[in-house]
Design a protein around this ligand. Structure first.
Ligand code: NOJ
Length: 571
């Protein structure tokens, strides 16, 4: 294998701590719960964990409103528990990266408490305070979570800026003291041995200090409504341009790249640390070695349909657009997004489609990030009772549906549930036992468990079944680990006009080992001409016997077949 860094080789696994495993028995996941599942993750082949925020928080945004950056939320454990988890993960060669929320704090953070206490408080300028205009907010900017981006604070008669909820005031990164304090946070965790950070909402860190009004032609709720019902690509592109206009003074300002360079320089002093940005903007790779190590391929995750043409176009755009030296990063879901099976399942071939999605993650070029539960085929749970909603976004959208669009209550609840993020944050399904083994029987989990845990969507049942989705993930992750071409090889598309099959090579240059990956993404048997004058030996297949050798010029693929062939040398 060519010299690659650990974060280029590892399969990452995202853990939402509240929902993963509850060791204390209070219905809330915790660090000890995660620690007890390290064997499971190791056996699956996971080599790195991304831990969603574990810091003390009033939980308005379920941890993304941090009240103390250098501690552990009491319901998750203590700093000692954290250290134990980290050390035990390391002992199993599993790295741990943390979620770093740079853009904003909780309004309960002592920094903000001080800042809001008086206009001349030394921390006043740590946040973005402005006078109102014409008896309203300073300008017409939106919060991406609804309403104005400005909140009036009667105590000092000024507005503060918040890109997200009003309980998440934005820090003022133009103040050097803010940077110093946050860089101290980075050092605090690196000194404890963490292996990197996922940078939350990295594009929102700076905003235009002149506060010009945005000039989008429609209001944000109308935009969201249109976005969620847009069916064709042209309409989505048109709407995306409107969104960019709407938030152009609040996102991806050039200054953020200087900050990323400084942060990169800081983490580089600690060795092989990884920074992965919650952004799809390739500009965050900088020159390929001076900003973020990884930028998520969100366009693939957000594709309304998974087809060979969509994947090929995506790969061409992403791989072609990256600076040299940069490394791709693929994901199919996270805690903000509908689960992969709920999005792409067609009700008839769901397991086949889930396998295709997994195979994409594990064979395309780049570091894969899996989302907890994806490996057992967990689905969205659409709550039908407003009282169960935990995510304020779901409640906000319910209100918008009711008040702005006149949607009847029941329909508005469903739409709110679909819009909100509770759906993809339900407890991990460990077994067919009550509460899916997430927490003890009789205890109420913080979010309801998806009832399909009783129908085989759980770890215990799938571990016993060689044909389960979990076994598929496990086999493929292990194959990937022992196949350098699948990790480090270049991506070379074949059969580029096939509408049904995605076929590509992963090849180590020059003339090194290579694999052919073929996926029939349709429900019909097909024949695909690769044009490859080589023989291959089957390494992995949903349908073919392993080790069988065949001419690769033309392949017959069964419906939804996934096959990986090792190219035979000198053939
Ligand atoms: C992105 C996170 O993934 C999301 O969950 C959160 O609400 C916002 N950033 C604000 O921190």
């Amino acid at each position: 294998m060519p010299e690659l860094k650990w974060w280029q080789k590892a399969v990452f696994y995202q853990i939402y701590p509240r929902s993963f495993a509850d060791a204390s028995g209070d219905g809330i996941g915790d660090l000890e719960g995660i620690r007890r599942q390290l064997d499971y993750l190791q056996d699956l082949g996971i080599e790195a964990i991304w831990l969603c925020p574990h810091y003390p928080s009033p939980l308005v945004d379920w941890g993304y409103d941090v009240a103390d950056y250098t501690d552990v939320a009491p319901e998750y454990g203590t700093l000692a528990d954290f250290q134990r988890l980290l050390d035990e993960a390391h002992r199993r060669n599993i790295r741990v990266i943390l979620d770093l929320v740079l853009n904003h704090t909780s309004d309960q953070h002592p920094w903000f408490q001080e800042s809001r206490s008086s206009r001349d408080n030394p921390k006043r300028d740590w946040y973005i305070w402005r006078d109102g205009k014409d008896s309203g907010p300073p300008n017409n900017w939106y919060s991406v979570f609804g309403g104005s981006a400005w909140e009036y604070d009667p105590r000092t008669g000024q507005y503060y800026y918040h890109f997200f909820f009003k309980e998440q005031p934005d820090l003022n990164w133009r103040n050097p003291e803010v940077k110093r304090a946050m860089f101290d946070v980075v050092r605090f965790w690196l000194d404890r041995g963490v292996d990197g950070f996922r940078l939350d909402a990295v594009g929102t860190i700076f905003e235009d200090p002149m506060l010009p009004d945005q000039r989008a032609p429609i209001r944000y709720p109308e935009w969201l409504k249109a976005w969620h019902s847009a069916s064709d690509e042209a309409e989505r592109e048109r709407l995306w341009r409107i969104r960019q206009e709407m938030f152009r003074y609040q996102e991806d300002l050039p200054e953020v790249h200087d900050l990323m360079q400084e942060l990169r320089a800081l983490v580089d002093t600690y060795g092989d640390i990884v920074l992965v940005g919650e952004t799809e903007d390739l500009a965050y790779y900088g020159h390929g070695n001076d900003e973020l190590h990884l930028v998520f391929n969100f366009p693939l995750m957000k594709a309304p349909r998974l087809t060979p043409a969509v994947v090929r176009a995506n790969q061409q755009e992403r791989l072609g657009g990256m600076p040299s030296g940069a490394w791709p990063c693929n994901t199919m879901g996270n805690h903000d997004f509908s689960r992969v099976l709920s999005r792409y399942g067609d009700g008839q071939h769901d397991m086949e489609i889930a396998r295709i999605a997994a195979a994409l993650m594990l064979t395309l070029r780049g570091t894969p990030f899996l989302y907890y539960g994806e490996e057992i085929g967990m689905r969205d749970l659409i709550l039908t009772d407003l009282a169960q909603f935990k995510d304020p976004l779901g409640r906000w959208w319910y209100q918008v549906e009711r008040e702005l669009f006149g949607t009847p209550h029941e329909e508005a609840v469903i739409r709110g549930a679909r819009f909100g993020r509770d759906k993809c944050r339900t407890p991990m399904q460990w077994s067919p036992a009550p509460n899916a083994g997430f927490c003890p029987p009789g205890v109420q989990p913080w979010l309801p468990v998806h009832p399909n845990y009783m129908e085989g969507v759980n770890v215990a049942d799938q571990l016993e079944d060689a044909w389960s989705l979990l076994s598929f993930y496990r086999r493929l992750i292990h194959l990937r680990q022992r196949t350098p071409a699948l990790v480090a090889g270049d991506y070379l598309p074949l059969a580029e006009d096939s509408e049904e099959a995605l076929v590509f090579l992963r090849a180590l240059p020059p003339n090194g080992p290579a694999c052919l990956v073929a996926m029939n993404m349709s429900d019909r048997p097909i024949r695909v001409v690769t044009g490859l004058r080589k023989w291959g030996r089957c390494m992995f297949s949903t349908h073919r016997p392993e080790r069988r050798e065949e001419d690769l010029r033309e392949l017959r693929l069964a419906p939804f077949e996934i096959t990986i062939m090792e190219l035979k040398e000198n053939s």
